[in-house]
Design a protein. Structure first.
Length: 117
């Protein structure tokens, strides 16, 4: 079992930056693949970024590529999402998730990001 708690969301102007954090509690965090997803009002949840257990080979949705960076610190049981050049369309609730295989098994409660234009 893994518990995930996101933080770092808030209100930011377009063009600004935020860094989201996801703290994990539970066993063997370093074994888990980690994801960030987001859900905008009236839309389905969508993939944002993912990172392997070792921190290698991160990959991103096309909509955030070049602006967002996912990273992890296994010593701190934390995964991050650095978001730069934010746009109004990045407004959403952001969720982190973890899993041992190709899809998430555990989800956080989400953190709200609002980008004002």
């Amino acid at each position: 079992q893994v518990q995930l708690v996101e933080s770092g969301g808030g209100l930011v102007q377009a063009g600004g930056s935020l860094r989201l954090s996801c703290a994990a509690a539970g066993r063997s965090f370093s074994r888990y693949r980690m994801w960030w997803f987001r859900q905008a009002p009236g839309k389905e949840r969508e993939f944002v970024a993912a990172i392997s257990w070792s921190g290698e080979s991160p990959y991103y949705a096309d909509s955030v590529k070049g602006r967002f960076t996912i990273s992890r610190d296994n010593a701190k049981n934390t995964v991050y999402l650095q978001m730069n050049s934010l746009k109004a369309e990045d407004t959403a609730v952001y969720y982190c998730a973890s899993g041992l295989m190709g899809s998430p098994d555990y989800w956080g409660q989400g953190t709200q990001v609002i980008v004002s234009s």
